[in-house]
Design a protein around this ligand. Structure first.
Ligand code: NDP
Ligand code: GDR
Length: 345
């Protein structure tokens, strides 16, 4: 029998990749998007799946509880992947209330709908390494205590515990994937990796002279999004619902990601100075191509993330395959192509 899956947040990076994966597995996919004045399916377009006969695009707002109930009742899916969120940490400091409603309570709306309508529906919650926040263990595992450092992290922690609570209280197959940062050419340009690769492409093409960034010392465990959505899928095919970390077990500073991105177009950088006055110059030309702008600092920062994905490897046979160097080169190459083509997303 054809399986049916709801993917909330189909217009986002992971929503697009997961939709592509589920369609390749012959699912009927119901991808949800929000009504806005100008809805944009550019990611689905890039993957060539927007008009796939097994994809239905459904208008949906995660903050409206009745919308969740009606959607689940009408579609009666086998699986629900809750990827929709206000996912930008920086914005969550300015919009803590709406972030809590979407990113936190939104998950509860779907869990309640499942509890009311059909407890056999499997549920995946997109949890995050941001819940670990302040460093307590290195590397972080499923057993590491949480200490979120942003309204986004707090909202995600609420959704994570609700997922576990519905698993334990009502025997719903509800799994939570604690995913570390995962990037791709489909990443939003507000996130640091894509901001860097897009700017490197623009600098190469003479469209930008200097890239401005915030905290260059933050360390992140960056993987490839296309591989991480496979982990989400595997979690719902497992024999029991559980919580899993997906990560690469390698961490690098933002500064090192900048170096890698410039290196992929054969530019070596020299970083000079520190703190607010740090800059990076092109070693060949002497041009300043990166500078720190404190406006990109956050009120509180997550300094160091590095995850141990061993449980996912043992139970799900999931492991990351793409190196950070390959991922970074892929992103720069795609941004060069798009900037040459005048692509603006
Ligand atoms: P994106 O920001 O690219 O996508 C988020 C999606 O949520 C978009 O489709 C967005 O729609 C949708 N959305 C936002 N608000 C609402 C709402 N009120 N109702 C319905 N839909 C809404 O995120 P990613 O694809 O990168 O991440 C997917 C999920 O995984 C998110 O929950 C994120 O927090 C989480 N996560 C991501 C990680 C990463 O490194 N990428 C790591 C760990 C967790 P619109 O296009 O209209 O804005
Ligand atoms: P993050 O990703 O906050 O880890 O959340 P982001 O790419 O925004 O920041 C990573 C680190 O880079 C530092 N930084 C900058 N960040 C941005 N966006 N822009 C800058 O100019 C800049 N300069 C330095 C940040 O301070 C931070 O330390 C992402 C999101 O996808 C979440 O939804 C997800 O849950 C986590 O990853 C895991």
């Amino acid at each position: 029998m054809t399986k049916k899956a709801i993917v909330t947040g189909v217009t986002g990076q992971d929503g697009a990749y997961l939709t592509e994966l589920l369609l390749s597995k012959k699912y009927k996919v119901y991808g949800t998007y929000r009504r806005t004045a100008s809805v944009n399916f550019w990611r689905l377009d890039e993957l060539g799946v927007t008009d796939h006969p097994n994809l239905t695009l459904v208008e949906f707002d995660l903050t409206d509880p009745m919308n969740s109930v009606r959607m689940i009742d009408e579609i009666r899916p086998d699986e629900v992947y809750n990827l929709a969120a206000q996912s930008f940490v920086g914005v969550s400091f300015e919009q803590p209330y709406s972030t809590s409603e979407i990113t936190g309570i939104g998950a509860l709306n779907l869990l309640e709908a499942i509890r009311i309508i059909d407890r056999n529906i499997k549920f995946y919650q997109a949890s995050t390494s941001e819940m670990f926040g302040k460093v307590q263990d290195i590397p972080q595992t499923e057993k590491t205590p949480f200490y979120p450092r942003s309204p986004y992290g707090v909202a995600k922690l609420y959704a994570h515990w609700m997922t576990i609570n519905y698993r334990e209280s009502y025997d719903i197959f509800a799994s939570s994937g604690i995913l570390f940062n995962h990037e791709s050419p489909l990443r939003g340009r507000e996130f640091v990796t894509r901001k860097i690769t897009d700017s490197v492409a623009k600098i190469k093409l003479g469209k930008l002279s200097c890239l401005e960034l915030g905290n260059l010392d933050a360390k992140r465990d960056w993987g490839y999004a296309k591989e991480y959505v496979e982990g989400m899928y595997l979690m719902l095919q497992s024999s029991k619902a559980d919580t899993y970390v997906l990560a690469t077990n390698r961490t690098e500073t933002v500064r090192n990601f900048v170096k890698l991105a410039f290196k992929s177009i054969d530019i070596e950088l020299e970083f000079i100075g520190s703190g607010d006055s740090e800059i990076a110059v092109n070693k060949n030309t002497g041009d300043t191509v990166v500078r720190v702008n404190p406006k990109f600092y956050r009120p509180t920062e997550v300094d160091l993330l590095i995850g141990d994905p061993n449980k996912a490897y043992e139970d799900l046979d999931w492991e990351p395959k793409t190196s950070l160097e390959s991922l970074c080169s892929l992103m720069v190459a795609e941004d060069l192509r798009r900037n040459k083509d005048g692509f603006s997303f």
